[in-house]
Design a protein around this ligand. Structure first.
Ligand code: NAP
Length: 316
């Protein structure tokens, strides 16, 4: 059982992606001395991205990891405090609100939830067994360099899949882009880049069936099925990059806040960030299944911070 923490925080921000760190900058600059809880991926999804080309103000693009490091520095400069811990559940019916971690129960007047989303997996045989160091991964930026001069495959048809495939062309000899339909969902610019790249071979209308190589302990192929003909084939690859979207990290809040069918936190009508609990706000990919961009997450973090600041000034 976790022991209660004696201090009552003004604001606890859960998550350190673009939304959480922007909320941290704003609440820290408002002299609220926010406490930011860092989860298993400090800096969030952008730290696993290479070049971010569409964040306003960076005409040459900016490295995702560097952008998040700078945001963290900016928040720290204004007095934000960071703690590495995982929230397992919450009690928002009490005042102050309670956030339960394995070590203690944190008390907060207001809370900003910006827990982001995690990579979705296909669930096909072999994927789990060969995940992490054995050939299956969800991050080309992190693992791409291990596949120099090898053939690899990316599963997915969105911007992430196109981006991963393009990044992998720096290392791999060939990149199969495996998509279950015959056109990409990705934006036109990314689709054009991916489909015209000489190292990328499109594998259309193909559903992933099995990752081969479990017995050997490393990926040796990807079995796919043609969705039109039903025929099976095996792509001879050494690395598999799964890029089929994300699932929101909202489990600790499911009993206290409203979630939609896909698990996204749902704000109250008329607001992007207010929840049904006064003083509790949401921001970023944990509550946004539509835009899911770094800049929109940052915008929501800013809104949540300003709402929290106003609520605190009225209720302290
Ligand atoms: P996404 O747009 O949801 O695309 C997921 C892709 O995976 C879809 O093509 C989907 O196929 C496929 N898929 C889903 N489940 C599958 C399964 N079980 N087996 C095989 N394929 C499966 O996700 P995303 O690419 O991660 O992008 C998410 C958001 O972030 C989007 O709004 C995107 O624009 C944005 N984003 C932007 C950038 C950028 O601007 N540079 C980069 C990355 C992401 P179907 O098409 O058939 O549904």
């Amino acid at each position: 059982m976790s022991t209660p923490s004696s201090a009552v925080e003004n604001v606890v921000i859960v998550g350190t992606g673009c939304a959480g760190l922007t909320a941290a900058v704003y609440t820290a600059r408002a002299n609220l001395s926010p406490l930011i809880l860092e989860g298993p991926l400090p800096g969030g999804q952008l730290t696993t991205t290479s070049e971010v080309e569409n964040f306003p103000g960076f005409p040459e693009g900016v490295d995702g990891y560097e952008l998040m490091q700078n945001l963290r520095k900016q928040a720290t400069k204004f007095g934000a405090r960071f703690e590495q811990t995982l929230v397992s559940s919450v009690n928002f019916s009490s005042n102050p609100k309670q956030l339960i971690t394995s070590e203690k129960t944190l008390l907060a007047k207001s809370v900003i939830i910006s827990t982001g989303a995690s990579p979705r997996m296909t669930g096909i045989p072999g994927e789990k067994e060969l995940y992490g160091g054995k050939g299956v991964t969800t991050c080309a930026t992190c693992d791409g360099a291990f596949y120099r001069n090898m053939d690899v495959a990316v599963i997915g048809g969105g911007d992430s899949a196109a981006e991963e495939a393009l990044f992998l062309t720096r290392f791999a000899s060939k990149v199969y882009l495996v998509h279950r339909r015959d056109s990409l969902r990705a934006s036109k610019i990314m689709s054009d880049r991916a489909t015209s790249h000489p190292k990328i071979q499109m594998v259309w209308n193909s559903a992933p069936i099995e990752v081969m190589g479990v017995k050997e302990g490393s990926v040796s192929g990807l079995k796919v099925q043609d969705t039109k003909t039903g025929a099976f084939s095996v792509l001879p690859i050494k690395g598999l990059f799964v890029a089929i979207g994300h699932v929101p990290n909202t489990a600790p809040f499911k009993d206290s806040l409203d979630l939609d069918d896909a698990g996204y936190l749902v704000p109250v009508l008329g607001s992007q960030v207010k929840t049904k609990i006064p003083g509790v706000y949401v921001a970023g990919d944990c509550a946004d299944h539509i835009f899911r961009q770094a800049i929109t997450a940052a915008g929501m973090g800013c809104q949540a911070a300003i709402e929290a600041e106003r609520w605190l000034s009225e209720h302290s």
